[in-house]
Design a protein around this ligand. Structure first.
Ligand SMILES: C[S@@+](CC[C@H](N)C(=O)[O-])C[C@H]1O[C@@H](n2cnc3c(N)ncnc32)[C@H](O)[C@@H]1O
Length: 260
């Protein structure tokens, strides 16, 4: 309750604060892309998965429910970890998943702990990407997989597009596909698969399949309350609406998998 009041009165809201407040996080390509990563990383019942930047916990809970695998989800932000844990309780998968606060750049796990490391729309927001990928290479076991889904520039962006992206408080630092490939190969990953996608309505529609109808209702009502009560959110949404023309012709995402 105290937190709700803080969010309703805060004069400045960050993108991730808004997401945590309304109870949702996302990545490009929605559930379709998660399924694709799970297949390419060979996730099955006996796979130990680490979901880095787990956000609201949708992927961790989905994988545990559908395959019976064990998943540890970590996120830099405590409210995300709380949301994830709440989701696991509601979906009845607390025996298979656990969540904790941790930084992707310094993971609190021993070397070779996991079979698969997943990272969906997280590393883009971290400046030192080499450090992140090196951490993934350290905590995955030999023969295990790393699977990423990150925004990329498919074509060189215009100055206006770069500027628009910079205005986001989370300041995504967007690479192109060859940069990502080089980072993975440089960290010792081999057999790297890189599938490039443009933003496309059908795949984006699968965002909602990550959440239950109850989740969607809560997200909608929380957004409405926050929108009515907090002018900072209205300002934030107005600024996001000024999207440069043709942005999604140049901005896409990559599903990237490598084997240790
Ligand atoms: C765009 S959201 C994606 C969340 C989730 N992977 C999903 O697909 O719904 C990015 C998440 O990464 C987290 N994050 C950002 N930087 C991080 C870091 N250095 N270590 C761990 N998590 C981080 C944020 O708190 C946020 O929850």
């Amino acid at each position: 309750m105290k937190r709700d009041r803080y969010l309703q009165e805060a004069s400045d809201l960050s993108y991730f604060e808004i997401q945590a407040a309304i109870g949702t996080t996302k990545h490009m390509g929605g559930l379709e892309t998660t399924k694709e990563l799970a297949t390419l990383c060979h996730i099955g019942k006996d796979t130990a998965v680490l979901d880095v930047g787990c956000g609201a916990g949708a992927t961790a809970c989905y994988l545990a429910r559908t395959t019976g695998c064990r998943v540890v989800g970590v996120d830099l932000r405590e409210p995300m970890v709380a949301l994830s844990d709440e989701r696991a309780g509601k979906l009845g998968v607390r025996d298979l998943v656990e969540f904790r606060v941790a930084d992707a750049q310094a993971l609190p796990f021993d070397d070779a702990t996991f079979d698969v490391i997943l990272c969906e729309s997280v590393a883009t927001f971290i400046e030192d990407k080499k450090r992140v990928i090196d951490e993934y290479a350290r905590v995955v076991r030999p023969g295990g997989y790393v699977g990423l889904n990150e925004e990329i520039w498919i074509e060189t962006p215009t100055a206006e597009m770069v500027e628009y992206k910079r205005t986001w408080d989370i300041a995504p630092d967007i690479l192109d596909v060859e940069d990502w490939r080089a980072l993975l190969e440089g960290a010792g990953f081999r057999d790297v698969v890189a599938r490039v996608y443009r933003v496309e309505t059908r795949r984006e529609a699968s965002q909602v399949k990550r959440y239950t109808a109850g989740d969607m209702f809560r997200m909608f009502s929380r957004t409405l309350v926050l929108y009515i009560k907090n002018p900072a959110l209205r300002k934030y949404m107005r600024e996001r609406k000024r999207m440069p023309k043709g942005l999604f012709k140049r901005l896409g995402y990559v599903v990237l998998v490598g084997r240790k």
